[in-house]
Design a protein around this ligand. Sequence first.
Ligand code: FE2
Length: 264
Amino acid sequence: MTEPQRILLAGDLHMNKRAALEVIDHAQAVNADLILQVGDFGFWPRARYGGGVEYVTILDDALESAGLELWFVPGNHEDWPEPSKLPIGHDGRRAAGARIVELPVGYHWTWGATRWLAVGGAPSVDKHLRTEGVDWFPEEEVSERQAAAVIDAGPAEVVVAHDAPMGTPFLSERLQQHVPPALRHNWWPLEAIVRADAHQERMRRILEGVRASRWFHGHHHVRYSSNMEAPHGTVRVEGLALDGTPLDELTLLVDSRGEPIPPT
Ligand SMILES: [Fe+2]
């Protein structure tokens, strides 16, 4: 694949064939060269999840017709042990389908003069409703060790993550992070909220450690753009919505520097 100039970022798809096919159609309509998905792609290839293999096959066929590839960072809602069984290619990526590529945590690449970094993973606030090893996996989170390794690997201007960094004005307000977890109006278990905050703090350390100027993410299921002040400068954070929302909330077209391309 030649270096893409028009990249269609896409939010959480949750194995939703219809939404994923709409994203592929939209990518063609806006002349995108690549789809870059920010996690909770919905990679559930094990047979007992029925539909997981079909999902990949149908998307692969549509991507083939469109002449596109779809790259994704893992979200918390993926069958985590499955991608890790796939071999990492010489390019550092994993082929999850004929035209579907998983970007392991810490994978980085360069388009033009811009270094991009993939940081998939997030904690599931609905963990208490799930079964470990079946539909919940402890490796869903970026660990402290992984975060340190990502930072050690050097700067990156653009980060594609599943989770958000702590501290964006929009999300902090929405998640009531100005008050202690126990005092927030929220139906998730307190322990889950504490873990979610801690993971966002870890993302923030990565953001500052790699001196990112742009951060794209999903997971929080809401489309927003927020500027955040970090010690190294202003960071633009873009959250993408989820399957079932309009395409202008689910997707964002950017160039190889991560700069949004206005709709024509
Ligand atoms: Fe998620």
